[in-house]
Design a protein around this ligand. Sequence first.
Ligand code: NAD
Length: 340
Amino acid sequence: MKHQVRSVRVSLGERSYDVLVGHGLRAELVAMIPEHARRAAVITQEGIPFSVDPGVGYEVFNIGRGEEFKTLSTIETLCRGFADMGLTRNDVVIGVGGGMVTDIAGFAAASWHRGIPVLHVSTTLVGMVDAAIGGKTGVNLPEGKNLVGAYWQPSGVLCDLDTLATLSAREMRCGMGEMAKYHFLTGDDLLDLELVDRIARCVQIKADIVGADEREGGQRALLNYGHTLAHALEIAGDFQLAHGEAVAIGLVYAAHLANVLGRISTARVQQHYDVVGGLYELKTALPPSDPELLLSLMGRDKKALRGLTFVLDGPSGPEVVAGVTAEAALEALGQMSEAK
Ligand SMILES: NC(=O)c1ccc[n+]([C@@H]2O[C@H](COP(=O)([O-])OP(=O)(O)OC[C@H]3O[C@@H](n4cnc5c(N)ncnc54)[C@H](O)[C@@H]3O)[C@@H](O)[C@H]2O)c1
């Protein structure tokens, strides 16, 4: 049977590109390689059981697994490898992996010879519905996550669903956390769709937002729904909580906070529990944590330009709300701890 393939266009003028979603897409990579490329640097990780053949000469670079390897030192090692293999400005970088690999591959490509093309083959659910699309690339510093980076759009993205067969249940859950976020941004019943359509729909939602606001001057900030508390929980818990798990809790917290601020009803808060905990089967309970610590971490969020800033639901849907008071943020944490 011929597998279904969905194609979603990210419209950014001359930097527009297609995202293909489906099974058995490995063979499509050759057609995506830029015409002038003679060599490719394939960046991936050990443990990702998915190899590609770009149809031109290539070398494979394995980077470490885990956020502690998402560093400038990894970028330097890669670029020195590019120098050794003679990668020119006409050539191409290919990221084969989850969000960590595609963020690194994108930044290495943006930096090498001041920018060469990059293609992403996304192998995690988080990568497919979020990280591989939209051109945000970067690395961490000891001072914070993703603090150094560049906007560098890929020339194409493949979301090969075959890769998900080997992904752990926990990594799948992380993708569900980001999907639940899209549920609230659009009201779409994503779980009613087949997996290929569900992922393609998430790609379309992100593509529409990025197409309207590539550099997060406005609408793109909505993609941070649930993320302000999520980042604080990740840091407070020393990254024991995975990002998607933290987003799930952050979505419910954002609902409590919107309720405290009189923006939504308690019934709408309950809907957040029903969707995140019920439909998406994600944990919604606030882990034991010091509210004052969470408050201070939320104040340090790099998106917080004007005091405590959140994406909050309201009568006209989620929007960016700046200047939230510490009292309201703490009250919502209190409400959430008391909820079962
Ligand atoms: N650029 C963006 O817009 C954006 C958006 C969201 C997240 N991110 C970034 O993405 C990263 C998180 O991405 P992630 O959740 O994909 O995690 P990840 O890339 O760290 O992958 C998680 C783990 O799964 C393994 N893995 C990947 N694909 C696999 C497969 N098919 N089978 C088995 N194992 C596999 C990886 O080796 C890794 O150990 C973070 O660094 C985050 O900052 C970026």
